[in-house]
Design a protein around this ligand. Structure first.
Ligand code: SAM
Length: 308
């Protein structure tokens, strides 16, 4: 999980990052220190892929030409798509998300009054009482609804926005609901986004339809990070409201794309089997879970020779 508020120390070299004077070579076997990666998303997203940013830079670097369009059909917190847009790694980026609340935030960030949202975040007086009052209010304007979603994402346990997740009590440092509320960092990320949002299109809809609409375009590349529910895994269904995915269809559709595809899944036997049936290569990659445990996820694609 990302560490909001930490400044990025990106030395600008692909595959090598400098952290407090130390140099780390990028490796699929060593989890990336996410403090070394710029955090651009205002979401604190379960299953967020900030840790994959260095590998995605390598992927884009390995390509003979800059892609015309980078498609992220299951955007969630959109950490990868935002990086691609901010670092100009593709001509344009298409983000798609099905969840109406998450989508509502993206609509404001990419196509709406994002400055009003940033100001609302800065002005909110955080307290348990104010949070409960705000979350219970019937909100109609897109900016107010986006604000509620961002607030919920920051004050519910684990950043989970699905119903049933309670408010943080003690929080991580005894600060309760305020422990993950960083108004100036959030406002800065939202304002930074305004400087590159012209390269991004957001679609509220089904990621499958978006893949379909670009699948014959050889200049389109796809980063596909669906909810993990393959093999009866429960994580995806607990974390997201939208978690029912036809994984067999998703692998078939991904394999039919004319352009390059990269999928990420949990490293499980049934996923390896789905990848093998679709003719994809797989590589495990080390990451740290929300609870700081070292785990591995799976990168899946046609040619993964660029993975460090
Ligand atoms: C694993 S998360 C993506 C995390 C993201 N890569 C990040 O870094 O934050 C998967 C997302 O897919 C969304 N989703 C589920 N079904 C979808 C569908 N059919 N179309 C588009 N999005 C969908 C979920 O709401 C969730 O936000």
């Amino acid at each position: 999980m990302s560490l909001p508020g930490l400044a990025a120390a990106d030395c600008g070299l692909r595959g090598i990052r400098t952290v407090q004077g130390m140099t780390h070579a990028l490796s699929a076997r060593q989890p990336v220190n996410t403090a070394t990666v710029p955090h651009r998303s205002p979401f604190r997203y379960p299953g967020g892929k900030t840790w994959l940013v260095p590998q995605v830079r390598r992927w884009m670097d390995s390509r003979p030409t800059k892609p015309q369009v980078f498609v992220e059909p299951f955007a969630g917190g959109g950490s990868i798509g935002l990086t691609v847009a901010a670092e100009n790694l593709a001509e344009r980026v298409v983000l798609c998300e099905l969840d109406p609340n998450v989508a509502g935030v993206w609509q404001v960030l990419i196509h709406g009054d994002a400055e009003a949202l940033a100001r609302k975040i800065e002005q909110f007086q955080i307290s348990r009482e104010n949070v409960i009052a705000e979350l219970n209010r019937k909100r109609r304007s897109p900016v107010n609804r986006a604000f509620q979603t961002i607030l919920r994402n920051r004050v519910q346990r684990g950043g989970v926005m699905a119903p049933g997740a309670g408010l943080m009590r003690a929080g991580e440092n005894g600060k309760g609901v305020a422990s993950r509320w960083y108004p100036s960092t959030l406002a800065r990320r939202i304002r930074d986004l305004q400087t590159y949002r012209a390269r991004i299109e957001f679609i509220h809809g089904d990621g499958f339809d978006v893949i379909e609409s670009y699948k014959n375009d050889p200049e389109a590349v796809f980063f596909i990070d669906p909810p993990y529910t393959a093999g009866g895994k429960r994580a995806g269904s607990r974390l997201y409201e939208q978690s029912a995915i036809d994984h067999v269809r998703l692998f078939e559709l991904s394999a039919s794309c004319a352009g390059d595809v990269l999928l990420t899944y949990d490293n499980a036997p049934e996923v390896l089997e789905l990848a093998r049936s679709a003719g994809f290569a797989t590589k495990p990659i080390a990451m740290r879970s929300t609870h700081n445990a070292e785990m591995s996820e799976l990168l899946i694609g046609r040619d993964l020779s660029w993975v460090a």
